[in-house]
Design a protein around this ligand. Structure first.
Ligand code: PMV
Length: 309
């Protein structure tokens, strides 16, 4: 039986700004998806991953396209040499944590292991990216890169259509975080579209916001690589202020942010699409992490305790 793993991810700085060619910082999180692959009498996918209700049903088409792309990439004929793929692991599948990339990466690693191909991480990342594109039609590559290599990633989209910049950062981590789920699902495309409309209405204000963000993200890179968590937290708060200005926060996110800040989180912001989805709180040390996560749970929110960096 062959096995492979893939990390989940979270965006620490720069969702939405990244769409306009500004840098973002993402990180793998400690939770992973595990794939096992074994020969079988017929093709089978057993999905034992923990997931938010309705996630697997909603994603079934995307998952099938990813699997087909992977079987084809690894030259596996599902009729003549069928396999059973079993998915498990601690990564709780929901929007915004890179679950689909973790699936693609873990299966790529398991197939590589089974076939004895000796692929390196670059090869695994490429296979996972192909599967990501097959699943969603278009992918930036940020999720599969975090999922494959782990750690922190400095990402800059190439607006001319060429290769994106993806530099791995060496952080002083891992550092504890808590992810809080608002329970609201948003479609990324719609929210990104709204921001574009707002920007067209008021280009001067957006120019100032983008310029503030550019300085902030460079400072964030130093704070994370130096392990200056107090400064990193303050910069997360400032990033959230800019995200509010571009209209992607919402009452539930603000409620969560206030709650975690009142309980000692060093910084907090939305992560991913916004107007719902996830909030990320920086909580160095197990004690602070537990205090913040418990406060969230007492208020009725789901909390994911994990690490970044
Ligand atoms: O919600 P997620 O984790 O898929 O992140 C979306 C990030 C955006 O910047 C809003 C969109 C994008 O394609 O980068």
């Amino acid at each position: 039986m062959a096995q492979g793993t893939g990390f989940g991810k979270t965006i620490l700085f720069g969702e939405h700004f990244v769409v306009y060619g500004l840098p973002a910082i993402a990180s793998a999180i400690g939770d992973k998806t595990i794939a096992t692959v074994e020969k079988s009498s017929r093709f089978e996918l057993v999905d034992n991953r923990p997931a938010t209700s309705g996630y697997k049903e909603k994603k079934s088409g995307e998952i099938s396209r990813q699997i087909e792309a992977l079987l084809s990439h690894f030259n596996i004929d599902r009729k003549n040499s069928p396999v059973r793929i079993t998915l498990s692991g601690s990564l709780f599948c929901t929007s915004g944590v890179g679950a689909s990339a973790a699936l693609a990466t873990s299966i790529s690693r398991a197939l590589n292991d089974m076939l004895g191909l000796g692929m390196d991480d670059e090869g695994i990342n490429k296979a996972a990216y192909i599967a990501e594109c097959a699943g969603t039609g278009k992918a930036s590559g940020i999720d599969n890169t975090c999922s494959t290599f782990g750690g922190l990633l400095w990402f800059k989209k190439n607006l001319e259509g060429g290769a994106n910049t993806m530099d791995r950062l060496v952080a002083k981590g891992p550092v504890e975080i808590v992810l809080g789920n608002t329970g609201i699902t948003q479609e990324t495309k719609a929210v990104v579209g709204d921001v574009a409309k707002e920007r067209e209405k008021d280009p001067e204000t957006y120019r100032r916001i983008f310029s503030d963000y550019s300085s902030l993200v460079n400072e964030a890179k130093s704070a994370l690589t130096e392990g200056d968590w107090v400064r990193a937290g303050r910069l997360m708060d400032q990033n959230q202020e800019l995200l509010r200005k571009i209209t992607v926060s919402c009452d539930e996110l603000e409620q969560l942010i206030k709650l975690v800040k009142d309980n000692g989180a060093l910084g907090a912001k939305l992560t991913g699409t916004g107007r719902g989805g996830y909030m990320i709180a920086l909580t160095p040390g197990k004690e602070l992490q537990e205090k913040v996560a418990s406060a969230m749970e007492s208020a009725g929110f789901k909390a994911l305790r994990t690490v970044v960096g």
